[in-house]
Structures are given as C-alpha cells and as structure tokens.
Design a protein around this ligand. Structure first.
Ligand SMILES: C[S@@+](CC[C@H](N)C(=O)[O-])C[C@H]1O[C@@H](n2cnc3c(N)ncnc32)[C@H](O)[C@@H]1O
Length: 381
C-alpha cells in the first residue's frame, strides 16, 4: 500500500532508526494536505517508520515502527501488552496498566485495568483511527472484562460492554482500595507507585509516618500493614481524605488511631517546621509541578522548597521518600534538587533506593522521556 510520505531532515535519522516514537510539528513542511488520523511514512536518511498524523497536538506524528501497518498489527501489539501483565500479576493485584502507550509501542494510548473494567485514555485525536481495534482486541483478550470505558470532559463513555459502578474496590498486593473511575484523579488511582508503596510498607514497622499529598492514602495503607505506629495522611482534597479513612476501615485498620488532614502541604510543613514537629518517615508525592519545559525552573525551585521543609521534619536517622512525576525534571536533576535541599537543611542524605514506575509502565530504550516518575528513598542523618 502507498502511504503519504514525509522526507525529514537527516538529523532525525538516528532517532527514527532507534525507534523514538515522536515527530514534532516543527520538523514537518509548513504545507501539506494530510488529515488527522491518516497513516503516513517518514523517511530520514536510511531510516523509515510509519505513524499516525495529528493536526491538533505539538507531536505531529506518532510512530508505530518500521513495518508497514497491516491488518491485525494493532491487535498483535495489544496481545503482546496483555502477555506482559499476565506475567506480572497474581490474584492479589487486579488493578494495573494494561497498555502503556509508547512503552507498549502503541504511542498516545493508555489503558488501565480496575478489576473487570478497563479505562482508556487517548492523548491525541489521531488515535481514533486505531481505537476500535484496540477496544476489540481488549474485549477478546486474556483479562475477562465487563466493560471498556473512557472519560471525556468528565463524562464517562462506554466503548464496549457495561459502565462501571459509581465506586468499586480493587486489590493491590492484597490491600483493598476504593477506586472512583468517574471522579477520581488519573483514571482512578495512581497505579504507577505500586512497587514504591510496597517498599515503603516493608520499612514502616514501628515508625511514625507523615504521608504528604496522600490522595486516598494508598502509601498510608501499606505503612499500616507494615506496622507503623502512627500515620498522618495529608491531602488538599477533603473527599480524598474521606476515602483514605474508608480504605483504612476496609482493610481492618482503625482510622481513629491515625490522622487524616485535608490541608495544603506547603503551609502545613511550614507550621510543622516552626513547631519542631518530626516524624520517622516522610513521604512526598506532589502533583506534577511542571507541565511544560517553560516552567521547569520554577518547578525545580518548588521541589527544592518542599524537600527542604520535609527534611526539617524528619527525625535524625529517619527517612524521606521523595517523588516527582514530571517528565520535565530528569532523574539526575531530581537528585541534584535533593542534594541542594539536603545541604540547605544541613543534613546528610544516603540514597537507599531509587525507583521509577512499576513494570506495568514499561519504557522503550529509545524513549528516555518516558521515564517520568522518580522515587528516591533516602536516610536522613
Ligand atoms: C501524585 S498525587 C498523590 C498520589 C498518592 N501518593 C497515591 O499513591 O495514591 C498528588 C496529590 O496531591 C494533592 N495535592 C495537590 N496540591 C496539593 C497541596 N498543595 N497540598 C496538599 N495536597 C495537594 C492532590 O489532591 C493529589 O491527590
């Protein structure tokens, strides 16, 4: 089959050859007559790849690989993605990423599983071309689903099967967690931190824990199961804190024994620093503080301030578990920020473990930008 073809600058040859999935608009000629959702071929030197053209986003072409798109290739990619998840999870976890966009060589589309429901997210209009094939392959795939949905402008759409109930609970490493697919953040839960939560749980025995930006308290639940003596969970969203309390009760932990505060973490930390209030373990998992390259430096300053305040609230010999979910700050940059915060706080930091997202969020070798999540566990001396 003949595909519309763009011959691009030779400086893109190695990225395309290696399998980088994005071509930005400024690499395309100003005038062409392509429409969103069309398959196109790009050539640069000896490299060649095929992708979907998009008129509406800064990423003008999402590349799917060197082979010509053929009937059934999307279904094969979905199947390959599902096989990975079959390998990764047992009956104690039924919520995880099923398709991780670029990481599963299906750029621009993610699918999360919450028990018998799958939640799709598409990041550009061009993905509508392959969406029906993705949905068909998922509905026939190895995870038995009742419904496949997506949330568009806050409205839940059924793509296949039935709509999920207003609230459902899922299992993560044997813990029961409420997931609100209609109004929750992300697609319902922050699935990417699963392994970081498990790590934290193993270290929490007998400790006082401050879980900042806690959402519905998933880190706190692991700390409770790990035997933490007292857990304080803080999030600005009162509804998230209510769900956190309910999550504790669902898992047999008495919420009355712990603190749940709907508050601004920056202000609260400043108050704790003034009061000299300290904890054995502080968890920092703020929302993305940089949405674009332009505010990367402002974000770096905010991360530093936050980490500095948090370090002042850690008991000597305690731990800071600090995360950043913005791809604008690289893993190395994030550690520089921690170093600066440690110096200002007059603390020595030992890195105990450095993680990213869990393996159901794979990253292609040719796409380092895909590694958005940083999680650094340090001992504070
Ligand atoms: C990345 S999520 C945390 C996910 C959580 N750690 C988990 O494992 O489920 C960030 C959270 O920060 C909360 N948030 C945003 N700004 C805040 C602020 N200034 N103070 C407190 N919480 C805030 C959001 O409501 C959101 O729940």
């Amino acid at each position: 089959m003949a595909f519309p073809t763009f011959t691009l600058h030779s400086k893109l040859e190695s990225a395309i050859f290696n399998g980088h999935p994005w071509i930005y608009r400024d690499h395309l000629p100003d005038f062409h007559d392509l429409e969103t959702g069309e398959w196109v071929q790009v050539i640069s030197g000896k490299a060649r790849a095929y992708g979907l053209y998009d008129d509406s986003s800064p990423i003008a072409i999402r590349l799917f690989g060197r082979e010509e798109p053929s009937a059934g290739f999307i279904a094969e990619r979905v199947q390959t993605a599902l096989e990975l998840r079959q390998m990764l999870f047992d009956k104690n976890t039924n919520a995880h990423r099923l398709i991780s966009g670029e990481g599963d060589f299906l750029p621009g589309i993610t699918v999360d599983r919450y028990g018998r429901y799958a939640v799709v997210q598409t990041y550009a209009d061009c993905l509508e071309t392959i969406l029906p094939e993705v949905v068909r392959a998922l509905s026939k795939g190895s995870f038995p689903l009742k419904g496949i949905v997506r949330r568009v402008d806050g409205v839940m759409q059924s793509l296949w099967g039935e709509l999920p109930p207003p609230e459902l609970s899922i299992l993560e490493n044997g813990l029961t967690i409420i997931a609100n697919l209609y109004d929750g953040q992300k697609t319902g839960l922050f699935l990417d931190h699963r392994d970081n939560r498990a790590l934290l749980g193993r270290l929490a025995t007998g400790k006082t824990v401050l879980n900042l930006f806690a959402y519905t308290g998933a880190f706190s639940l692991y700390a409770a199961r790990g035997g933490a003596s007292k857990i304080s969970s803080v999030d600005i969203a009162p509804a998230a804190m209510e769900d956190a309390k309910r999550n504790f009760a669902l898992n047999g932990f008495d919420p009355e024994q712990h603190d749940f505060l709907a508050a601004d973490c920056f202000t609260l930390l400043e108050t704790y620093v003034k009061e000299g209030k300290k904890f054995d373990v502080v968890i920092l998992d703020p929302p993305s503080l940089a949405r674009s390259k332009d505010n990367r430096y402002a974000a770096a300053r905010a991360y530093k301030k936050l980490n500095l305040l948090a370090l002042r609230c850690v008991n000597d010999g305690g731990m800071l578990a600090s995360a950043s979910c913005t791809s604008q700050i690289s893993p190395d940059h994030f550690k520089e920020i921690l170093l600066e915060a440690g110096l200002d706080a007059r603390k020595r930091l030992q890195i105990l473990q450095e993680n990213g997202h869990a393996p159901d969020h794979p990253v292609p070798v040719a796409f380092p930008e895909g590694r958005y999540l940083k999680f650094v566990l340090t001992r504070v001396l």
